[in-house]
Design a protein around this ligand. Structure first.
Ligand SMILES: Cc1cc2nc3c(=O)[nH]c(=O)nc-3n(C[C@H](O)[C@H](O)[C@H](O)COP(=O)(O)O)c2cc1C
Length: 358
């Protein structure tokens, strides 16, 4: 049966062999923060995805919020990622690096410093450390000089990603991390040009885009957003207004794509209209849209049929099914993801999910 999911797609000057994107997935398999051969095996197993978006990779020490997540700011990081990108390309795949700064979701455990954020407001909940969950520390509100330094860190990470052989980069503006902390009024109570109006709250992202597009053509740069909020204590007083503004601002930037984390329609939606996050972005953003969040092959196919989005990302299904594209093509049964090994170390639950015989 012909499926839109299996059609090729022109993403700028890249040709994706299908419309199935591997969603960014933190897996905590990079001891010392350096990507390695085990990670190369994991990504290469999934190289038949139309596009792989890497797990979040911290752009600087203060950007880290979880154990053994990979970095993307030193020569060692570059060389580690080169093993991954060479292997993925050797298997015929394409991979973007997700650039990540967790802001207030970090903990001094990881770097010995006070975490940073737009405003000195700690998130609800607790931080993950290898010593167990710890209360979040009140973050230090960034000064404008500090903001410029972080923009430079993103630019440097974009350079490292390029030197490491990635095909592009995705800025992690979703799920309550630093860029999202600037977007949303619950975490951004600044009185300067980075706070207040939706335009001011979008400025940090646009500064980063200006910096990274001096390194990459804009059509190799994507942005991930999550208008429905909810993660890591993130909250906005008027998410429809905020994210409509962000989508319109991105529309002028000739990006590779905007990647929208969806909430199930009718639950946890941004406003009383019960709007769907992907539809909200698509109203104001006219380039390529990737939608993510809870999709099955069937619901993804329907989203493409309805032109809700151009590409669909799958997280847990790619995690558990290295050959997800082939399984969708043949209608084969899917492996179930094992939550217990999402964030553990080593090969188990990482590179040992079975593939179809033959
Ligand atoms: C184990 C795990 C790790 C994740 N890590 C990231 C990440 O590093 N960056 C990110 O943007 N989203 C991350 N997510 C969210 C996924 O990319 C995706 O949006 C979410 O799992 C919903 O899609 P799904 O229902 O297809 O799994 C993660 C999700 C899971 C389950």
């Amino acid at each position: 049966m012909a499926m839109l999911l299996l059609d090729s797609y022109k993403l700028g000057d890249l040709t994706l062999p299908n419309r199935m994107v591997m969603s960014p997935l933190t897996r905590n398999r990079a001891p010392g923060g350096v990507a390695n051969a085990l990670m190369a095996t994991y990504y290469t197993q999934r190289a038949s995805a139309g596009l792989i978006v890497s797990e979040g990779t911290q752009v600087a020490p203060l950007g880290q919020g979880y154990q053994d997540t990979p970095g993307i700011y030193t020569d060692a990081h570059r060389d580690g990622w080169r093993i991954v990108t060479d292997a993925v390309h050797g298997a015929g795949g394409r991979i973007f690096a997700q650039l990540w700064h967790v802001g207030r979701v970090s903990h001094s455990y990881y770097h010995g410093q006070q975490p940073v954020a737009p405003s000195a407001i700690s998130p609800a909940g607790r931080a993950y450390t290898p010593d167990g969950l710890k209360d979040f520390e009140t973050p230090r509100a960034l000064g404008t000089d500090d903001i410029a330094s972080i923009v430079t860190e993103f630019q440097h990470a974009a350079e490292v990603a390029r030197a490491a052989g990635f095909d592009g980069i995705e800025l992690h503006g979703a799920n309550g991390y630093l860029i999202d902390q600037f977007f949303q009024s619950g975490s951004n109570q600044r009185g300067d040009r980075y706070g207040g109006t939706p335009g001011n709250r979008t400025r940090f992202l646009l500064d980063i885009l200006d910096a990274v597009t001096s390194v990459w053509p804009s059509d190799r740069v994507g942005v991930r957003v999550s208008p429905a909020g909810g993660s890591n204590g993130i909250h906005d007083d008027n998410p429809v207004e905020t994210f409509s503004h962000i989508a319109a601002a991105l529309d002028e930037r000739h990006l590779a794509y905007v990647h929208v984390v969806e909430a199930p329609v009718g639950t946890n939606s941004p406003d009383e209209r019960q709007v769907c996050s992907t539809a909200l972005v698509r109203e104001s953003y006219h380039g390529t849209v990737i939608t993510a969040g809870g999709y099955t092959a069937e619901t993804a196919e329907r989203a493409l049929e309805q032109n809700d989005a151009d590409l669909v990302a799958f997280g847990r299904l790619f995690l558990a099914n290295p050959d997800l594209v082939e399984r969708v093509r043949t209608g084969a049964a899917l492996n179930a993801p094992d939550r217990a090994t999402f964030y553990t170390s080593g090969p188990h639950g990482y590179v040992d999910y079975p593939v179809l015989a033959g």
